[in-house]
Ligand binder design. Sequence first.
Ligand code: BG6
Length: 254
Amino acid sequence: SYIHRFKGLNSMEEEVAKKLNIHKVLIVPGSYDEDELVLREIGRVASVYLKSILKNDIVIGITGGQTMAMVAEEMSEDDLKHSNIAVIPARGGLGKNVEKQSNTIAAKIAKKLNASYNLLHMPDNISKELLKSLSEDPNIKEVVDYIQKIGILVFGIGRADKMSVRRGLSEEKINTLKQHGAVAEAFGYYFNKDGEIIQEVNTVGVSLDHYKGLQHIIGAAAGTEKAEAIIAISKLNENLTLVIDEGLAKKILI
Ligand code: BG6
């Protein structure tokens, strides 16, 4: 767009992609720190990009959070050009609001894409044994098989400190994360600044190995406070396409 060129955002996008060593960066003008409406535009841009990479017979995985909620809200409804698309939450979670939302978001996106969707009712942070037996349930198994077929992942990126509180972790666990230098959270995992895993959650969902092998990944985030988290997450898979605001982009470049 005109504003884009005027503000030199195209070259900034290239600069950020180069610095993070990732596939692509899309920058939305303005700063989320000063204007919350910027999040809406991030949602819109991410949804347009998602549509541009859609193909037949693909499973889209999506996480929860307010950024992903905006992707669902801002996505335009139009004629279906593709067939056999499924949308599913990228990971389980029944207890916490955050994950409940990913079910809603997946359903909303599926509706807009005229795709099918599958809900994932699975608690977070259960014992390994319980997880194993739950995974043998035919209904859950079906969704677990779907998760393994995710070909496009759309996800939010959070700060470890904020997400651990939002997910209702115990004070002990929150402190352990801090001590181990956790800065980022994405699809249920906590990472340090080098993108090394600090803690994983016992639930079904996209595994880190799966993530690392994905060709199509879209991460979206807003706000300068997420800069460190973005840098960490970018180290996991260089196929990442990142949708961020201008304020956050500038912070990453410092
Ligand atoms: C959660 C995702 O739903 O949203 C997390 O599961 C992510 O992986 C978080 O870190 C980001 O949330 P928000 O609300 O800042 O977009």
